[in-house]
Design a protein around this ligand. Sequence first.
Ligand SMILES: Cc1cc2nc3c(=O)[nH]c(=O)nc-3n(C[C@H](O)[C@H](O)[C@H](O)COP(=O)(O)OP(=O)(O)OC[C@H]3O[C@@H](n4cnc5c(N)ncnc54)[C@H](O)[C@@H]3O)c2cc1C
Length: 400
Amino acid sequence: MIDFELEPQIVKLLSVYHATAENLMRPISRRYDEHEHEEPWEFWNAIWSASRNRSAQGVEPPPASARNLFTCLTTEELCWGDAGLFLSIPNPGLGGAAVAAAGTPEQRARFLSRFRDGKPKWAAMAITEPGCGSDSAAISTTARREGDHWVINGTKIFCTAGLMSAEKSEGFVVVWASVDRNAGRAGIKPFVVEHNTPGMTVVRVENKLGIRASDTAMLSFEDCRVPLDHLLGSPEVTPEGGFKDVMATFDATRPIVAAMAIGVGRAALDFVREFFQRNNVPVRYGISTRRQTAIERDFIEMETQLKAARLLTWRAAWMLDAGLRNSLEASMAKAKAGRVVTLITQKAVELLGPLGYSRKELVEKWMRDAKINDIFEGTQQINLLIIARRILGYSSKELN
Ligand SMILES: Cc1cc2nc3c(=O)[nH]c(=O)nc-3n(C[C@H](O)[C@H](O)[C@H](O)COP(=O)(O)OP(=O)(O)OC[C@H]3O[C@@H](n4cnc5c(N)ncnc54)[C@H](O)[C@@H]3O)c2cc1C
């Protein structure tokens, strides 16, 4: 009745992604961690040529009925390679997820391509502001209608791929702004702002703890004019309004962030396993925990937690593919995977001692890369809050 085995066609495709992670990402992982704002063009060029080769060789894409699950599987593989480089890969990304969730069929066809005039493009999503993070209903950026245009004013911070999307490629940023501040969350709508639109400026690019190969930008919008049909979906202000599109975007992106976390956690776990094998440190399964060493118990616990997070993530993605509402499961996967990867990578550093702490190996980097999975796309606390609300049947007003 239930089968968790991946089909041979998927396993074959994943081995290609694993080779990319191992051969293209790992060798440059440290370099782009240490040179935070350098652009990894040799990696991007290699990725495009690999993807062109795959199409030329007629490698079959995964079935459309498993698109979200497949995205999670490939995300895990690539983040096993390097999570920061993964986030830097040119693609519609978070901006694309917002277009897919909130756009009309015509808008999806117009904006959701990976290339423009043969050149790759990035797309970002800007919700967070200096005064608004977890409580996205508090957005203060505004969009007012003026003739044939919306005029956007406000500041957005911590926008992943903001620089590449806004200025350095032919991409776009999806900006969430209020068309009617008196209407609260009902008035919040997403707008596509094309690269280099006058009025949109990259104020700065952040220096970060982890995922340093990924650009994170602060953007300002000053009388930034976009055509009317760049508002995604309907301009009508209804009780739920565009906010349900924010939530629909998260339902699609949270399983992907969970898969990112799993990839980083697996990298650390694999490293520890190989270290134990090389140094004859046994891990004995199937014996009483009373007879196991503390190291064995720690390691088996790490493996177990990672598998649990992976199963929750697959379920959340599978539900999305099946057209089922997955808000609860997406938050469960994200909360579990974010916590698990933080614990696994810290434990890996601890078990390996000086080797784990040294910059000679990537384990300390994975510990830094891990933490973001507990912050963006809803923090650990916010996802736990959503889970509690959904299980107990409370509204966001009743439980906050
Ligand atoms: C590297 C990076 C990339 C990012 N990329 C993007 C992006 O592409 N687009 C985008 O829009 N944003 C992005 N963000 C922003 C991110 O989504 C926010 O940082 C996050 O939502 C938290 O918001 P905040 O920082 O304002 O924290 P706050 O909301 O101020 O929260 C601070 C702390 O309080 C806790 N907290 C808040 N409210 C509650 C509550 N009700 N109950 C319990 N605890 C609570 C939080 O969990 C957190 O621990 C990114 C952030 C980083 C660091």
